[in-house]
Design a protein around this ligand. Structure first.
Ligand code: HEC
Length: 414
């Protein structure tokens, strides 16, 4: 369906722009809040509790934050809500276009859980809106008075969502559903709490009544959550380019580990904004990311080292496996061409014959020997290392064929 690809392009583009505006504005306001300084007396007398000067784009700016509210309602008041709403709406549209219309291609992996598209879509929606409901109920319960306990509960909720979705959906479908849950909670915080409380504040100013400090306090807890969610969510948004994460046999643990390290790194910046610099957080966060990298990549590297790799194949191909040497395997050009034509060219072609993919995915075409040579590292990476090609193993590639490609590549430029 080519028009669906175009729709996906425009909606994704819009989603990225809206997301940049939302996260950008929220980073800016966090920065503002943390850089406000005690104003001169005449400003304090007007109820201003912090002020700040900045220069940007060739002009000076003066910002003032009121302890409660201004005496008079200003003529124009900017709200900053559509950034959040449009990000959520476009993200949800994108989820439907890519993962629900394309459920059998992107959401369902029969080797994980063979279900019908409608079951998968219902489970996906249940995960997102069930999770949101639990969160909103907890925010209205006594638990909201204990931020630490609440935080632990919230982490548990995200871990359960990660576990369930990776056991229901394809790797990337699972990650994006955890992301959709987090994004929905974040936009919900704006919609269900921050906006209603701000409306009360505006009404109080207009009617010259006092502002109840509790309005701001309940928004505070939720904005702390949004703050720590930002980096994990941005990782999930780009994760579909990195199959080594979502294709891992314990992809739910990989996801949780990366999100935890990202939130920890966010903590460094939160502390730094209030004048506390703790390099140990940044260093341990980076070390954690490195440890995840090794944990995920080491088994793959070991399994595909030329020595063990050659051994496996040679013992299955040569009967005299006792006497072979590691580099006496010669995988022929014909063998490679035949494997690629059988298993890849239905999609990766200038004229694909696949029922779903009518244009070569990501521009990878493998019709000729020149194409194969040009894409050799990518072919081997996806077919023999991460083993997530052929897509959902639609063309039934065997482990032996994957190994042959790896051996061909290892011997290639010797
Ligand atoms: C059923 C269709 C289909 C088949 C068959 C298929 N692929 Fe893919 N391929 C895709 C899709 C869809 C993508 C884009 C999504 C992704 O990257 O996961 C892709 C992406 C890729 C990429 C990523 C390019 C990049 O730069 O990100 C490589 C490399 C690749 N395929 C190689 C192969 C190889 C090698 C085979 C055969 C062993 C193969 N594919 C078989 C559908 C297919």
């Amino acid at each position: 369906m080519p028009w669906l690809d175009w729709l996906s392009l425009f909606v994704r583009w819009f989603h990225v722009v809206a997301g940049v505006a939302w996260i950008g504005a929220s980073f800016y306001f966090i920065w503002l809040d943390n850089n406000l300084r005690t104003p001169p007396k005449w400003k304090q007398d007007k109820g201003i509790k912090g002020d700040l000067w900045a220069i940007h784009g060739g002009g000076f700016y003066e910002v003032a934050k009121y302890a409660y509210g201004p005496e008079e309602m200003p003529q124009t008041l900017h709200w900053f809500k559509w950034e959040a709403y449009t990000t959520w709406l476009s993200g949800f549209a994108l989820l439907i276009i890519v993962y629900y219309f394309g459920a059998s291609a992107y959401l369902i992996d029969p080797s994980i859980n063979a279900m019908s598209p409608s079951t998968a879509i219902l489970l996906g929606l249940a995960l997102i809106f069930g999770g949101l409901t639990l969160y909103e109920l907890a925010c209205r319960s006594p638990l909201a008075k204990y931020p630490l306990a609440f935080g632990i509960g919230l982490i548990a909720l995200i871990c359960i969502a990660a576990y369930l979705s990776t056991h229901w959906f394809s790797g990337r479908g699972a990650y994006i559903h955890v992301g959709a849950l987090i994004g929905t909670i974040m936009a919900g915080n704006v919609f269900f709490n921050i906006m209603p409380n701000q409306r009360k504040m505006v009404a109080a100013v207009a009617e010259k009544q006092d502002i109840d400090p509790r309005w701001g306090a309940s928004a505070k807890l939720r904005s702390v959550h949004n703050n720590y969610f930002t980096l994990p969510l941005l990782f999930i948004m780009i994760s579909n380019h990195y199959p080594m994460t979502y294709q891992h046999s314990q992809s739910w643990l990989v996801l949780i580990a990366i999100m935890a390290a990202a939130a920890w790194i966010r903590h460094f910046f939160n502390l730094r904004h209030v004048g506390i610099t703790k390099p140990s957080i940044l260093v341990s966060g980076a070390a954690a990311m490195l440890a995840i990298t090794f944990w995920v990549s080491m088994p793959q590297l070991a399994a595909n080292s030329p020595i063990t790799g050659a051994h496996d194949v040679s013992s299955s191909l040569n009967s005299d496996s006792d006497t072979h040497q590691e580099n006496d395997i010669r995988v022929t050009k014909e063998q490679v061409t035949s494997i690629v034509s059988t298993h890849c060219v239905s999609c990766h072609s200038r004229t694909p014959t696949d029922d779903i993919f009518k244009v070569a995915p990501v521009g990878v075409v493998l019709d000729t020997w020149d194409d194969i040579e040009r894409f050799a590292p990518q072919i081997v990476r996806r077919a023999s290392v991460t083993k997530d090609m052929p897509f959902l193993n639609k063309t039934g590639m065997t482990d032996q064929e994957r190994q042959l490609l790896a051996d061909w590549f290892a011997a290639k430029d010797k």
